[in-house]
Design a protein around this ligand. Structure first.
Ligand SMILES: Cc1cc2nc3c(=O)[nH]c(=O)nc-3n(C[C@H](O)[C@H](O)[C@H](O)COP(=O)(O)OP(=O)(O)OC[C@H]3O[C@@H](n4cnc5c(N)ncnc54)[C@H](O)[C@@H]3O)c2cc1C
Length: 438
């Protein structure tokens, strides 16, 4: 009898793990309630590919075509970018429809309490028909930033708050814009139907905010000072209350146990500046089914699987944190303002990329995913890729690098052509040189 999986939270991360495990043949129950607020977010082309790979076909149909994005940063404006806007309540509702199509049991409601009984996970869920209990042998925690994390040590960046105000104006082409200002940065988006989402991201520790009822005027005053905001607010009016979202970067230092994993924002949440939240949620979730499968089918490899999961979550977190740091450091107009001072040097001063030299390249065994199970394989490790590179277009790299190193008198292309039995070796030798391996 396959073990029952219980997934808490039906955003992109919980949904992707649920589909992945269902595809492996596990019975999956997913419990979720809609987010309590409206929001628009921007995603890139590569997220579309990730959503397709994960099986979110109905959710993909709700994504708007690419629209222009203007960025004003450090006093310079660029209009080279585009992004796809998604209306989260609509996108999230379609995502739940996808789950049903994949054969996942969906329970709509608010998780009130988590209990444990006889080694099983049990949660109490408040649904529109009353309170029900849902159970599973394995728990996937994917309730986003709202997921309880008591007892789990966490790494946190500077406390950050995003204030979101909705405006309504005439219909017009969809678009978005970003602009930095003294106390933070603004992201502004307009849907084709005239609804606008104006978001100010601020340092929660140093910004003095007014009382709740005065927040709307406070946001409006700040927006009026921003040149990029003008096209969004002219001829439009705010609608409803300001909504505050916590956007502090946070990493849970434990994200897997013998019978549970955390994925998506519940495992680590990044600064919204990178616009990569959904991408990282999917990245952490796409590898998780193999981790869960290993913990359930090959418990003797449990430590390897947990290590694999936690290392990847941590790697993603620091990569996005450093991308954010470097982008914040490009803004030099207000070096003494707390917002900018704190963010341009966090989480560390390690470069995002380092030039690799052959002496730094080694071969070692590391956990990898093979046929849905975490196992160990030889990989090539560099300062840029500490978790190692296993394959390139289906070709295992470590044995080939070893062959090249064993025959220093021959050209790498010749060695690799011989090893592969065709002329792909010449291309591969060039690639290895470009990576700094040779
Ligand atoms: C201000 C801000 C702006 C952002 N902008 C962008 C952007 O432009 N682009 C981008 O890619 N990312 C953006 N993000 C990040 C993005 O929202 C998240 O990274 C992403 O949604 C994480 O996916 P997830 O599945 O882990 O969690 P979520 O999408 O948060 O899903 C969690 C689900 O669990 C449900 N849930 C929570 N608690 C309970 C409970 N007790 N009972 C039942 N259900 C529950 C929630 O309602 C939700 O449906 C932004 C984040 C913030 C804070």
């Amino acid at each position: 009898m396959p073990k029952q999986i219980l997934v808490l939270g039906g955003g992109p991360a919980g949904g992707a793990v649920a589909i992945g495990l269902r595809r492996m043949g596990y019975p999956v129950t997913l419990v979720s309630e809609p987010r309590p607020f409206d929001a628009v977010e921007g995603i890139s082309e590569r997220v579309l590919a990730g959503l397709k790979g994960a099986g979110f076909y109905k959710a993909l149909q709700t994504v708007a075509p690419a629209s222009p994005r203007q960025v004003t940063w450090n006093g310079q404006t660029s209009a080279a970018n585009t992004e796809h806007l998604i209306v989260r309540p609509v996108f999230d509702a379609a995502l739940l429809q996808d789950l049903i199509s994949h054969g996942i049991e969906l329970v709509r409601g608010r998780i009130r309490r988590q209990l444990s009984a006889d080694g099983r996970y049990v949660v109490e869920v408040e649904t529109s028909d009353g309170t029900v209990e849902c159970q599973g042998d394995f728990l996937v925690e994917a309730r986003g930033r709202a997921a309880p994390a008591s007892g789990i040590p966490r790494v946190q960046g500077s406390k950050t708050l995003s204030l979101l105000q909705y405006w309504q104006g005439p219909e017009g082409p969809a678009r978005s814009a970003v602009q930095s200002f003294t106390e933070g940065w603004a992201w502004m988006a307009q849907r084709a139907d005239g609804r606008r989402y104006l978001q100010l991201t601020l340092d929660a520790g140093s910004t003095e905010l007014p009382a709740k009822q005065a927040l709307g005027d406070w946001c409006r005053r700040h927006l009026e000072r921003l040149e990029q905001a003008h096209p969004f607010i002219e001829g439009a009016e705010p609608v409803g209350d300001v909504h505050a979202r916590i956007s502090t970067p946070v990493l849970c230092e434990r994200s897997a146990g013998d019978s549970w994993v955390r994925v998506g924002d519940a495992a680590m949440a990044v600064d919204p500046l990178s616009g990569n939240g959904i991408f990282q949620a999917l990245s952490s979730a796409l590898q998780a089914p193999a981790v869960v499968n290993t913990l359930l089918q090959s418990p003797e490899r449990g430590e390897l699987a947990r290590h694999f999961h936690e290392q990847r979550i941590e790697g993603l977190f620091y990569r996005f944190a450093r991308i954010g740091r470097d982008f914040y450091a490009q803004e030099s107009q207000w070096p003494d303002q707390a917002f900018w001072r704190k963010r341009r040097s966090w989480p560390d001063n390690q470069p995002l990329h380092t030039d690799v030299i052959p002496q730094q390249v080694s071969i070692d065994r590391r956990p990898v995913v093979r046929d849905g199970i975490i196992t160990e394989a030889e990989v090539v490790i560099t300062p840029d890729q500490p978790l190692g590179i296993w394959h390139l277009n289906g070709i295992e790299l470590a044995p080939l690098l070893r062959r090249v190193r064993a025959q220093p008198e021959r050209s790498a292309g010749d060695v690799l052509n011989d090893a592969l039995g065709d002329s792909r070796g010449t291309q591969l030798a060039l690639w290895m040189s470009q990576q700094g391996w040779l």
